[in-house]
Design a protein around this ligand. Structure first.
Ligand SMILES: O=C(O)CCC(=O)C(=O)O
Length: 192
């Protein structure tokens, strides 16, 4: 059975079977640092994800900007806290960005059974870099083609990072399948 490592070359670039513009690497956040971050997440003021009044199973906390789906706009939010800055630096290095280019961070808590449905991120944002913590997860991708949907999937290991850029960001939708164990992600976004 192919593993994530089989789907990427030595430089973390996705092979042809995955969307262009998707990059993935494991070990971006070492286990000891990941453990400290997960401990810190326990104290965050998570709120149920709210989409036009519908509360999702996942809970989120946003920094440096919070997208309000009811108002369809990006609202202000607390700046990215100090404890997340080393993770931002690691995410930026992985994506080939300066840390200061990343103004937005969102921590998402996926309790067992929680996932995220098909979507593309809001157009106010540009590149998306995601870090994974806790349980493994499967990130799924799909895009419309003449015959229906073209699909791909990517296992996300704890401590790994992915970058959504180019077609993976603009043309493909993504989702996270509900898992059986607690997972957190930290998604960093640049602004368009
Ligand atoms: O948890 C993840 O890694 C994906 C998060 C995501 O797709 C989103 O917040 O839009």
């Amino acid at each position: 059975m192919p593993t994530a490592a089989d789907q990427f070359d030595l430089f973390g670039k996705a092979r042809a079977s995955l969307p262009d513009g998707l990059r993935y690497a494991e070990g971006v956040i070492p286990a000891d640092k990941a453990g400290r971050l997960v401990a810190a997440f326990a104290d965050l003021p998570f709120q149920a994800f709210d989409f036009h009044g519908f509360k999702g199973h996942r809970r989120i906390v946003s920094y440096g900007g919070r997208y309000d789906f009811s108002a369809s706009r990006l609202e202000s939010a607390e700046p990215i806290p100090d404890f997340l800055l080393p993770a931002r630096a690691a995410a930026a290095a992985f994506a080939g960005l300066e840390p200061e280019a990343i103004h937005h961070a969102m921590v998402t808590e996926y309790a067992p059974g929680a996932g995220i449905g098909w979507h593309r991120d809001r157009p106010e944002f540009d590149k998306v870099i995601g870090l994974s913590f806790g349980s493994e997860a499967t990130m799924r991708f799909r895009r419309r083609v003449a015959a229906g949907w073209e699909r791909a999937s990517l296992p996300l290991a704890p401590g790994s990072a992915y970058l959504l850029d180019g077609a993976a960001r603009q043309d493909w939708q993504h989702s996270i399948a509900p898992g059986e164990r607690l997972r957190y992600s930290v998604t960093f976004r640049t602004l368009r």
